[in-house]
Design a binder for this molecule. Structure first.
Ligand SMILES: [Zn+2]
Length: 418
């Protein structure tokens, strides 16, 4: 039978340790010396461990359990982890706190982190309770309780310099804490670098106020809503706008930078599909390195075909997204495939019906790139309507589109192996 333990008591115990270790008011009794096992006082009722030190020693003698010693906030309660796992985390926190207090060990300011002193403290404790493995930090993230409107779906968040990340309960539970945050740790640093590239490219065109964007990792929601989106920038207002990630990390890697560019350009989200989508796609694909896309594995199953088309990046062993977009755009232009072809080809067959709004993402991105080469990025980024674009190119769209087609086919021929 398990006893329900008050989480507040665990947190209080941790905070007392921090105060003591940070040079705060001296503890009532001087630190004990000698073996912490023999010196451990009887626990007060509020501090009673749900697991004995013997149970903890057995638990941490399995290397796959050591991540729990990160002792991050969501590990201490049922939610991201199950009730029994959380009980182990709380008991560990209490026992570790007691160990540090009784052994007079100095600890850093925080029990979460990867500081040498803290890792040493945790390993000293593991030794003291008789565990056979050593701890190295797994994901020493500073989680905070989320305060967004659907905090019940996304109970915890982590702050970054470009983005604050919110993690859905269901996703972490389904993938498992370790798998989920392993992926996050691979993903987030690349996202930060990609986001910095995008800000640099757009530095003269950014809104004045640019707080970190909210990114909600809610893959499970892709199964119930908007199932064909891999990600979406949802513009509401400064408090509620967010990038919503659907499906899985692969899908997120594929489109996150595009969504972030939407966020940076949010004041320009106007009723021109070209100004909204094509320019955004151009920036994320052609103007930024887009490291995240290199993480995508869903293209690997077609690697042989992509190699034969000249759109595989052999050095990084991933799709070459720029070449891929040029190839896709060229095939639309030539009328080989796709939903968009019958529309885009109006430029040839029914020029009077050609419009900026009719282009696929791939053709739109390539056309935006063509305009950037001809007129410079500032001229393009200053366009927010189709009328602005018309004025910039100074000729009928269908005529311009045919000129673009020649440029596009040249680009395609440069790498095409067919
Ligand atoms: Zn978009």
């Amino acid at each position: 039978m398990k006893k329900k333990v008050d989480l507040a008591a665990v947190l209080l115990a941790l905070s007392l340790l921090l105060t003591a270790c940070a040079g705060g008011p001296a503890a009532d009794t001087p630190p004990a010396t000698g073996s912490p096992e023999t010196q451990t006082p009887e626990p007060t009722p509020s501090e009673e461990q749900e697991k004995t030190d013997e149970e903890l020693a057995a638990f941490y003698s399995s290397p796959e359990n050591l991540y729990l010693l990160d002792l991050t906030l969501p590990l201490l309660e049922e939610g991201y982890v199950d009730a029994d796992t959380a009980a182990f985390a709380r008991a560990s926190a209490l026992s570790l706190t007691r160990y540090a207090r009784n052994a007079g060990k100095a600890a850093p300011d925080d029990l979460v982190g990867d500081g040498e002193e803290l890792v040493e403290l945790k390993n000293g404790w593991l030794d003291a309770i008789g565990a056979t493995e050593d701890y190295t930090p797994f994901a020493p993230l500073h989680f905070e309780r989320s305060t967004i409107i659907d905090a019940d779906v996304y109970p915890f968040m982590v702050r970054g310099s470009s983005a604050n990340w919110y993690f859905s309960l269901e996703d972490v539970r389904e993938q498992g804490y370790v798998d989920f945050f392993s992926s996050y740790l691979r993903f987030a640093p690349l996202a930060e670098r990609d986001f910095a590239d995008a800000r640099e490219y757009l530095k003269d065109h950014l809104p004045e106020d640019n707080p970190p964007v909210k990114i909600c990792v809610g893959f499970h929601q892709g199964n119930v809503t908007t199932s064909w989106f891999s990600a979406e920038f949802q513009y509401a207002d400064n408090d509620h706008n967010r990038i919503q990630l659907y499906h899985d990390w692969d899908s997120a890697a594929y489109s996150l930078l595009h969504e972030y560019v939407h966020y940076l350009r949010r004041e320009e989200s106007l009723p021109s599909a070209f100004c909204t989508e094509a320019i955004t796609e151009e920036i994320s694909t052609f103007e930024c390195e887009n490291r995240l896309q290199m993480l995508c594995s869903f293209d690997r199953e077609n690697k042989e075909a992509f190699l034969s088309y000249g759109v595989w990046d052999e050095e990084n062993d991933c799709l070459n997204y720029r070449n891929y977009e040029i190839m896709a755009a060229a095939s639309y232009y030539m009328g080989y495939s796709g939903t968009y072809i019958s529309i885009a080809r109006y430029a040839v067959t029914h020029p009077e019906k050609m419009s900026w709004n009719y282009l696929s993402y791939e053709e739109g991105a390539c056309l935006a790139r063509y305009i950037t080469e001809l007129y410079g990025k500032d001229a393009l980024l200053e366009c927010s309507t189709n009328a602005d674009l018309d004025e910039l190119i100074g000729k009928p769209v269908d005529e311009f589109y045919r000129e673009f087609g020649e440029w596009l086919l040249d680009r395609y021929a440069a790498f095409s192996r067919s």
